[in-house]
Design a protein around this ligand. Structure first.
Ligand code: SF4
Length: 522
């Protein structure tokens, strides 16, 4: 093969050799040293890319121009590789194509570490990586597809000319857009039919004796199957070596955060703190709370108690929409004393927990409300729990009944249940948002229960920052409630010196060891 001088010079560098093709099969792990900052940036940006892949995959048919255009733009925005020819010229963001390929390579391996930990995470990661790979491979010109196969030693059994001639009619009839001349000129691959289920399902391939006969133009089906098998094995292997990685105290919290991460704001700073009254919570729960919080609120009102998982999830959400510490104490106390907990017991057992949530006790961590990913992927509810994500954790039949009781249309419910079946829980929630707010397109990509609340308030005219109840603009303030009980003085004295945790990783680590254990009492 002839290379131009420029290209020969570029490829003489071993690292550039590794990134000589715009697409990777990720069979070689990176060996260079990178900074922690780069590690985190690469990981977060790939996560953003994969989230976009997930959202687009549900909103558009994957072969449509719209899907491809939007995915292409996201690759461009996030500085992932998109050119077939590599060069060392910098783009408007100051990056060369090689640097982008390096980022593609390294970021994939970082997310492997974060997403190998559970079956759910692995499944999600494989699905998004496959969709991304499909788009990028299909977009390649034929010459680059062949080059990719050679580079990665992907050799599939081809039919001889005699075999093709013997099967010519059948190949023409069962393969889309194939003529007699093409049968002779094009390679046809013979693979076990289970390796090409996409084509079998859509009846686009000739089947005989348990084999599928695939024209070169549809080779993506087998390449993708190979990609999935390799990635799945690699994730299982990575999971085995995870204890070694997790013993690195710099990486462990970061990887944990990534696997629970959502991309976007963390809602730890409440712009409208104190601009919501306790009376507004009931109407707001019906109009602007996502289903997870609506369920928790109802359960609290019905049974006057929530177990620790529910208190954490709901308590931090309320903090995120603007409840002050005093309001939160009043809210939880007034509800609990209606049940089996008297005021004294509340002050002794639960008030400390609420203050802790606001960073006024213990390590003074200013805890952030849980993102959807965190709710969906960690601490699944068990019998008697009401926390979690109803789209992920409820029995589909119960979910259906709940949606019916909220008077959602049968077709809307069917769409939501379809999304749930496809494990697109956040998209199901977004559909629930659209239906309950009477809009065609929510216009945002849901990552966080507090984001749901803010978007709802924007639509309903409540300002979106925590204040207002479904269009309620005037906000009534509760009278200041003095803190009661034995921890009051200690809490007040400690408040001023509260250090604010900066790094995501440190915060995650603190949450793991601190808040969870504090909330263990029932
Ligand atoms: Fe709550 Fe997010 Fe689940 Fe919606 S998708 S119910 S906001 S956890």
């Amino acid at each position: 093969m002839q290379f131009s001088n420029r290209r020969r010079k570029l490829l003489s560098n071993p690292q550039n050799e590794l990134y000589g093709h715009c697409l990777q099969f990720y069979s070689q792990s990176p060996t260079e040293n990178i900074s922690l900052a780069e590690f985190e940036t690469f990981a977060v940006e790939r996560l953003k890319l994969l989230k976009t892949v997930e959202n687009l995959g549900v909103s558009y048919v994957k072969t449509t121009e719209q899907y491809q255009k939007k995915l292409f733009n996201e690759l461009l925005n996030l500085n992932f590789p998109y050119k077939t020819e590599a060069d060392d010229r910098k783009d408007q963001n100051g990056l060369t194509e090689f640097e982008k390929r390096r980022k593609d390579h390294i970021s994939h391996f970082i997310l492997r570490l974060a997403y190998c930990q559970t079956e759910d995470l692995r499944r999600w990661f494989i699905q998004q990586e496959m969709d991304l790979f499909r788009y990028r491979f299909s977009d390649l010109p034929a010459r680059y597809k062949t080059e990719f196969l050679h580079r990665n030693n992907l050799q599939y059994d081809t039919l001889s000319l005699e075999e093709k001639k013997a099967l010519s009619d059948k190949l023409i009839n069962s393969s889309y857009g194939i003529s007699g001349t093409m049968v002779v000129e094009q390679d046809f691959y013979k693979v076990p039919f289970q390796d090409a289920l996409d084509l079998v399902r859509s009846r686009k391939v000739f089947l005989k004796g348990g084999y599928a006969y695939i024209p070169h133009q549809d080779i993506i089906s087998i390449v993708l199957n190979d990609f999935r098998t390799r990635l799945s094995k690699a994730l299982a292997l990575t999971a085995r070596s995870l204890p070694a990685v997790q013993s690195d105290e710099r990486l462990q919290p970061l990887l944990n955060h990534l696997s629970h991460a959502y991309v976007g704001q963390d809602y730890s700073i409440q712009k409208n703190i104190g601009k919501i009254s306790l009376e507004q919570i009931d109407p707001l729960s019906g109009k602007s709370f996502p289903l997870c919080m609506r369920q928790l609120h109802k359960s609290l009102r019905d049974s006057h108690h929530l177990r620790h998982g529910g208190r954490m999830q709901y308590g931090l959400f309320l903090k995120g929409i603007g409840l002050t510490l005093d309001q939160a104490l009043q809210f939880w106390r007034s509800e609990f004393v209606k049940g089996k907990v008297d005021a004294d017991k509340f002050d002794k057992q639960y008030a400390y927990n609420v203050r802790h949530m606001f960073g006024k006790e213990g390590k003074r961590t200013d805890y952030t409300p849980y993102s959807c990913m965190k709710v969906i992927l960690s601490n699944a509810p068990s019998q008697g729990d009401f926390h979690g994500c109803p789209f992920r954790h409820s029995d589909p039949e119960l979910l259906k009944q709940k949606l019916q009781s909220y008077k959602l249309s049968p077709s809307g419910i069917a769409q939501i249940l379809d999304l749930v079946k496809g494990m697109h829980y956040q998209l199901a929630c977004q559909k629930y948002f659209e239906m309950t707010h009477g809009v065609e397109d929510s216009g945002f990509s849901l990552n966080h229960p507090n984001q749901y609340f803010i978007e709802s308030q924007k639509l309903l005219g409540g300002g979106g920052g925590g204040g207002g109840g479904g269009g309620v603009r005037e906000v009534k303030r509760e009278p200041e409630t003095p803190q009661r009980g034995q921890n009051q003085n200690a809490a007040t004295a400690k408040t001023s010196s509260a250090p604010k945790t900066q790094a995501l990783s440190a915060q995650d680590a603190a949450e793991m060891e601190d808040l969870d254990t504090l909330f263990m009492d029932e």
